[in-house]
Design a protein around this ligand. Structure first.
Ligand code: HEM
Length: 478
């Protein structure tokens, strides 16, 4: 299936079966580890216990004794795995496939491509970080409602009951794939928000406050622009914007969805977070876009407006507020490209290229965005759950993992695979071939998808191009 044809994904048959993907790209060239790349003693030990933990028999007492230690290790590794440089280090130390953070990482281009084109079974993970099922819509603690958390629902053909397909098509048809969303992105209100952003860029002298303040600059622009374009919420309605600002920024709404951290913050810091959440759901449900949603239709599995608003509240917390900000600070040169060991990528100053772009050529600006994303993928990985036992080459051994094993999908490895990009893999060249057709930034492989690609892709591309043009003109004028 391709992006323009996002119907429910086909049944994969033997998804995750032992044979692995049909090889289109093959393994990386000469993948023998150099002496200095081999894992040290502690790292080797950590890898060994992770493999043991996933593959041991019921009678293996050592594996049971080690379980509490593996939990702590997985937590530590899960935090680190959000960094591209750490994942790259793991690939250098263990090869394209390795076991880390409680799951198996299958890092070849073919493996990533296969996972992005087949239906996925999901569990309660955000990248490798555990999510709290009691904090997910509409399964909030004590509630008897059904789960509408889009990123945690499995697709049909991978154990799903059809809810993902129904809810996703409701989001696409009534929010993301409408003509209106792009019309709003171009209208006078959106242009005024860009003017305000530009003014802040000048006043704050392109400094840290512009990028990092929660009350000014980039953050203020994003919360208003995204809520306006996606749900039509008036950016000048101060009461509503204050509710959204308090929840998403001051109370770090993304953290509320995570296991342990969500509860710790709720008990000790943001005691009213759940009342805030209800207020945000109400603002979304009453927004110009969601208030028009035709409720309880069979094709959407009887999704209600409140359910859709709750789904969007979670997605705005986890994706809407975090993804664009992470990407923007990379594109605008405030955050460096990944520091891949032995490479000089982190020394590249992307603003030098930005300042040379033909800003009237939107395609060129878009290529710049994709090249930045290739070298620092804003979402470095995601996961799915194996529906069958499967065998993977881990180092020099072929190891069989049971059904139910979490398989991580390192999206960023496609961008830094020298089989695809050759000797200039770690250099910046926004005119390189296949930049968009091999891109995994939005959870597709170029145009190929299982339907699970980021629904905000079109909007985010438009916003980022507009932002780079506007602020780029200002840099040149000054
Ligand atoms: C630069 C900005 C963004 C990037 C790079 C990005 C990237 C991604 C990626 C990689 C995924 C797959 C995650 C996974 O399945 O584990 C995803 C899913 C998703 N994103 Fe985005 N995203 C961005 C902005 C947004 C925005 C602004 C929204 C608005 C709400 C959004 C909504 C979603 C939703 C609803 C999903 C779940 C799709 C599904 O499972 O069907 N994203 N995004």
């Amino acid at each position: 299936m391709t992006l323009g044809n996002a119907a429910p994904a086909p049944d994969p048959g033997e998804a995750g079966a032992a044979d692995g993907p049909v090889r289109r790209f093959g393994p990386m060239d000469d993948y023998k580890l150099e002496r200095e790349d081999r894992p040290g003693l502690l790292e080797g030990l950590a890898h060994y216990v992770q493999v043991l933990n996933l593959t041991h028999s019921w009678l293996n007492i050592l594996a049971w004794i080690l379980k509490p230690f593996v939990k702590i290790l997985s937590f530590y590794q899960g935090v680190k795995c959000n960094q591209g440089s750490y994942l790259y280090h793991k690939r250098r130390a263990h090869g394209e496939n390795f076991v880390c953070a409680g799951g198996v990482w299958l890092g070849s281009v073919d493996d990533v491509m296969q996972r992005l084109s087949e239906p996925q079974a999901r569990t309660f993970l955000l990248a490798p970080t555990k999510m709290d099922p009691d904090h997910l819509p509409m399964k909030w603690k004590g509630s008897k409602e059904r789960l509408v958390a889009l990123i945690n629902l499995s697709q049909k053909g991978a154990g799903g009951n059809g809810n993902w397909e129904a809810f996703r098509s409701a989001c696409d048809a009534h929010i993301f794939e409408t003509e209106d969303i792009l019309l709003r992105a171009k209208d006078a209100t959106a242009q005024q928000l860009f003017e305000d952003l530009l003014e802040e860029y000048k006043v704050l002298k392109q400094g840290t406050e512009f990028f990092e303040s929660r009350n000014r600059g980039l953050a203020t622009f994003l919360i208003k622009y995204l809520h306006y374009t996606i749900m039509g919420i008036d950016p000048n309605d101060k009461d509503k914007i204050d509710i959204l600002h308090k929840f998403h920024y001051e109370s770090t709404s993304a953290a509320y969805h995570l296991k342990v951290l969500g509860d710790v913050l709720k008990w000790f810091k943001y005691k009213d977070i759940e009342q805030q959440l209800r207020k945000v759901v109400k603002v979304y449900a009453e927004s110009p876009v969601l208030s028009q949603f035709p409720e309880k239709q069979a094709k959407y599995n009887h999704l209600t407006r409140e359910e859709l608003a709750a789904l969007m509240t979670m997605m705005m917390s986890l994706a809407g507020m975090v993804g664009p900000e992470t990407f923007a600070v990379i594109l605008l040169g405030h955050r460096k490209l990944n520091n891949y060991e032995t490479k000089k990528t982190a020394r590249i100053d992307v603003t030098k290229t930005w300042d040379q772009l033909k800003l009237e050529d939107r395609d060129e600006v878009l290529r710049y965005i994709y090249e930045c994303g290739r070298l620092r993928n804003p979402v470095s990985n995601t996961h799915h759950v194996a529906q069958n036992a499967f065998t993977a080459q881990i180092g020099s051994r072929k190891i069989t993992f049971p059904k139910g094993t979490v398989i991580f999908i390192p999206l960023l490895f496609v961008g830094i695979n020298d089989k695809l990009w050759g000797p200039t893999t770690f250099e910046f060249d926004h005119n390189r071939q296949n930049l968009q057709s091999y891109a995994t930034i939005f959870h597709s492989f170029g145009e190929e998808t299982n339907g699970r690609f980021c629904p905000a892709k079109r909007l985010v591309e438009t916003m980022m191009v507009d932002m780079l043009i506007k602020l780029g003109q200002c840099r040149r004028a000054s």
